[in-house]
Design a protein around this ligand. Structure first.
Ligand SMILES: [Zn+2]
Length: 197
């Protein structure tokens, strides 16, 4: 009778293949479920109805210039990726949509800014605020006051206005044009068209 020490590799060959396959299959199922969950989440986000509100209290369509979206040349940004809604300093700036505040703070060009993630995976961006009255992570309702109208950032000294942009996280490739920075139009939607809908 002969004895032989079994090697690790042999042990692996005897025992592990079935375990390895089960592990692989579990991982695959987990991956598929995660992917499906993500897909469902994105789909649900697009199904939330987008009710929209002009973002300055009391403002009407004549308080912004409908032709300034994608106007160029426009300062250091090159093209203007939003509309400027004018009003008196200190007027309430209200949320255009229901959503979550994903950012608030101070940036060079925008000054005091607030960004709200709303329906359809769209980020609503408000800049040049005098002050803000929200905190990051907070849920805001449409028409809820998020700040006041000002001239912060590179709007300093100009008539008070909110720079309002709508940034879509889901690309709209059919909106791409040959204009300067035209490819970015798949992400920036025209607030004028959306507000007047
Ligand atoms: Zn602007």
């Amino acid at each position: 009778m002969t004895f032989r020490v079994i090697t690790t590799m042999e042990l692996f060959a005897l025992n592990s293949p079935s375990k390895a396959i089960i592990f692989k299959e579990r991982r695959l199922t987990y991956f598929k479920r995660t992917l499906f969950g993500l897909f469902l989440l994105i789909l649900l986000g697009t199904l939330v109805p987008e009710k929209i509100q002009v973002t300055v209290a009391g403002a009407v369509a004549s308080d912004w210039n409908q032709n300034t979206f994608w106007y160029e040349p426009w300062g250091s940004s090159g093209v203007h990726k939003g509309v400027d809604i004018f009003g008196k300093v200190g007027t309430a700036v209200i949320s255009a949509v229901d959503g979550f505040v994903i950012y608030k703070g101070h940036v060079d060009k925008g000054g005091n800014v607030v960004a709200v993630l709303g329906p359809k995976w769209r980020i609503h961006y408000y800049a040049h605020l005098k002050s803000d009255s929200v905190s990051t992570g907070q849920f805001v309702e449409r028409r809820e006051v998020i700040g006041t109208l000002g001239d912060s950032g590179n709007a300093q000294g100009k008539p008070a206005h909110v720079h309002y942009s709508i940034l879509s996280l889901l690309p709209h490739p059919w909106l791409v044009t040959t204009e300067p920075q035209g490819w970015k139009r798949m992400f920036y939607l025209d607030p004028d068209a959306i507000l007047k809908r």
